[in-house]
Design a protein around this ligand. Sequence first.
Ligand SMILES: [Zn+2]
Ligand SMILES: [Zn+2]
Length: 227
Amino acid sequence: MAIPTELHHVRGFGVDTFIIAAPGRPLTLIDAGMPWSPWPIRRRIRSIGRRPEEIERIICTHGHPDHIGGIPRLIRGRTDVSILMHPTDIAGLAVGLRHALRRTDDGVARRSRLLDYFTRTPASLEPIRDGDLLPVLGGLRVIHTPGHTPGSVCLYAERHRLLFTGDVLQVIRGRLTYANAFFSHDIGQARATLSRLAELDVETIALAHYPPWRENANDALRALATG
Ligand SMILES: [Zn+2]
Ligand SMILES: [Zn+2]
């Protein structure tokens, strides 16, 4: 099975976004990249004959700024775009805001503006939970895989044997491996959660910061779960 034709992969400034553009249907994005990622994302949307205004839904694999930072510029104040995220990462954004208000260094200040944006538009934030089936790619199943962040999710399109992993997996020296320990909330949990992925039948793993992995994906996932 090849990558579905309605799926478009945007490599934007170190973090990837996936556009799902089924004929006659509004657009769904998986992750939204950095604050400056909307530029290549919008260009790609136009290159396939669609319009950025057709974005209906943005599914966030987790709440890190390199995955949600592009949202404000992408949706430009629209309130009819659904932002889907696991509730524990939604809660983390609110906690992060209170923390950010006590800090003044520039990095935190930028993060604060992003978090402020989300707290001003709570109506557009929709929780997604383990087992939810989203109506794209023939049914896209939410798998809660906490550890990198408490609310990290993977997304599985069974019809296409395609698994989106966000930052739950990475590639180091040509090998598929678990999440980056330094940037992860609980690396023990991040490793343990991989047993969920080993149960799936996967041909292609769509990673957030690396090219898609298509080499013996099932064996690689099972080796990670038992190793
Ligand atoms: Zn991350
Ligand atoms: Zn990331």
